[in-house]
Design a protein around this ligand. Structure first.
Ligand SMILES: [Zn+2]
Length: 293
């Protein structure tokens, strides 16, 4: 993946120096929804639009100290991000800003850029307390993507999907949820799920997730490096496909429970996720990503 120089972004916040997060702030019974990349590992396979009140109060792993506030930017000396990790996060974020900025401008709209927060272990979001075990996620309430960069190690080792474009796909998938938020798709999906039974609600969810995969492909098809070269290099598409395959619901269910239960899918099977990413890569057109309303 050819990104070129990644200048600093005002939309990027590094909270990785903190070892945990204050778990206050769930007051008022506010329910936040998050939209993530994989099903949460808290044994609620099947829920990916996750009501944070449900699981986020589980204790954070490790001896995470409680932080006052917990949301201020950490000083650079506290950061646990390597420069390489930071370049990738900021580089992909800015690249998606460019691509989606162009797409929105072409239809006379202004693109409101999302924020990207890197954190370690747990952090406060306006959807409640976010935890690394949820995997990367998007919180519509603060229009922010939350990623613990350790997820990328897990993607490479546990899920067998290494490579910079595998990581780019993950970030661009979350940006896809931001696009859906701006388009009203997330609100419509949530309203539909409130009306429908569990299995049908899950199908709505799968459509939302496949569309986010497809949007990631659209970004990669259009994106250019800083010096005007195509973003994608030989081997990148294979990396992305390997990642999409590895985080399919059937694959994850087989690993975690040995049985595959299609009615409980929330993100789509490996085959569906690969097809959705490929569709975006081949079309370069968000209109082709008609998996969700
Ligand atoms: Zn997602």
């Amino acid at each position: 993946m050819r990104l070129g120089d990644a200048p600093d972004s005002d939309n990027f916040e590094d909270r990785t120096g903190h070892s945990g997060a204050s778990l206050g702030g769930m007051g008022g019974g506010a329910m936040g929804l998050i939209f993530s990349l994989v099903a949460s590992r808290f044994g609620i396979v099947g829920i990916i639009i996750l009501a944070l009140g449900y699981c986020a109060l589980t204790s954070l792993g490790g001896g995470g100290g409680l932080l006052g506030g917990g949301s201020g930017p950490s000083s650079p000396s506290e950061s646990r991000l390597t420069q390489e990790q930071k370049n990738l996060l900021v580089g992909v974020l800015e690249s998606t800003d460019q691509v989606w900025g162009q797409i929105f401008a072409a239809s006379g709209q202004r693109y409101a850029e999302p924020k990207l927060v890197a954190y370690t272990g747990g952090t406060q979001t306006s959807c409640g307390a976010g935890q690394a075990a949820m995997g990367p996620f998007y919180c519509p309430g603060d229009q922010s993507i939350y990623i613990d960069p350790d997820f990328f190690n897990e993607l490479a080792r546990r899920f067998g999907a290494p490579g910079d474009f595998a990581q780019g796909y993950v970030i661009a998938h979350e940006v896809g949820h931001h696009i859906q938020n701006l388009q009203g798709t997330l609100d419509r999906a949530q309203a539909a799920q409130a009306r429908l039974g569990k299995a049908e609600g899950n199908q709505v969810q799968v459509g939302v997730e496949l569309q986010a995969d497809c949007y990631a492909g659209v970004w990669a098809a259009i994106a250019k490096s800083a010096d005007g070269q195509p973003l994608l290099e030989p081997g990148d598409i294979e990396e992305g496909m390997r990642a999409a395959e590895a985080i399919g619901d059937d694959m994850l269910q087989k690993q975690s429970q040995g049985v595959v239960v299609p009615e409980s899918f929330t993100h789509g099977s490996s085959a569906q996720r690969m097809e959705a990413l490929r569709r975006g890569l081949q079309s370069g057109n968000p209109a082709s990503c008609n998996y969700a309303r």
